[in-house]
Design a binder for this molecule. Sequence first.
Ligand code: SF4
Length: 358
Amino acid sequence: VRVALAAASSRYGLTRDDLCGLLDGEPRYRVEQVWDGLYRRLRAPAEMTELPASLRLRLEEHPSLQPAFELCTEQVADGGATVKWLLVAADGSRIETVLMRYRNRVTACVSSQAGCAMACSFCATGQIGFGRNLGAAEITEQVVRAARACEDLGWGRLGNLVMMGMGEPLANYRSVLAALRRCNEDLGIGARAMTVSTVGIIPGIRRLAAEPLQVNLAVSLHAANDELRDSLVPVNRRYPIAALMEACTGYTERTRRRISFEWACIAGVNDRRSDAEELARLARPLRAHVNLIPLNPTPGFLVAGSTPGDVRRFRDDLLAAGVNTTIRNTRGREVDGACGQLAGGGGALRGARVASRP
Ligand code: SF4
């Protein structure tokens, strides 16, 4: 109960009606002013200098307007183009958010759960186990933090949002959807610039297909036969590949959105020619795009990632088989902020600059 209340009563959990109640007795335009301050200008109440000082102070101290997270550490990698935050909630839950600047866009990768119950063998989050679901306010606050950092760093607008941080987004469906709607309606991030990733929670994929908010779907596939996938992604035992492909087909038919398959390349495990052939057989009918991610090292999974040469060969096999394929740029590896490395521990530092703030 304490956790639910903490999430609901934080700054980005308020509705306009809540804010109306909180500003009772103030001129009506104050509601829009504060809402605008929170979502368009990305300001904390203490920074809303357009408000009278006494009101600012009242809002600043109000329990419902406190942030959900304290910043524990900020780490910078990739020559300043990747920033990772370790955030701590009032109940001690630790989560991580990563902001990445590319040549033509800035993307925030946010967490949907503290820890994860899916236990994918190669993933640091899976290795720490499940803590709890994040509330919509907590997910939204990560995006606001990222958008504000873009502004402060002079990176322009935050344009893209990927739900690929800690946790399985479709196992926390309601909060994830509520946060995506808020980011779309109040932060102005386009639905087509939002991606929800999943290891293949079929009921969640079906629900998402029926939503009016048509976001991109990224399926973390990693193996194209059940035997291998059972060992890498244990949820496959519950939602095997044939059923998952059926759900993906339903998603593309209903939304007209293209699906992507994420594939962490593991040396000798899923980067062989036969793996490319099996993957192509799944991807082609769906016209799915394949993103290859060289496996990032984690302490609990000692198998090596594919060599750059093997990743390129795997890509070429897929391209030759008629599958659109991209090798994803690995970001944040030096601060354990890359795909599969988020563990809520702040990361091993390996030469990254670290700034700690209260
Ligand atoms: S890969 Fe995603 S779903 Fe699997 S354990 Fe890691 S965070 Fe969870």
